[in-house]
Unconditional design. Sequence first.
Length: 114
Amino acid sequence: MITIRHFEDTIVVSLNKIRRIDFLVFARLKRHLLQIIENSSGDVYFDLNDVLFIDSNSFSGLKSVNEVALKNGIKLSFINVSDEVIELFDLVNENNIFRVYSKNEMEHLLVMPV
């Protein structure tokens, strides 16, 4: 379901063959994300390459995961986000709590090799 890659001070979490994140997928994913955040001292990048849809319950869950990350001093960012999912983030990101980088923006960021 997920791949975890460790770099010096960052972790990249990627989804394998998942195009839609719904409440069933997110329930399993949330446990992994929280465990990674609680055991990390660096930033966490959630690679959404190939994801085309995230349901509202999953966005709510991502908000709670982001709050845990912030309490632990971890920056949670979303990378390689498709245009379709960017539109969904724009709808739910009213307080700019999510750090979201589109596929185009990733070409200009020197975050890490992905």
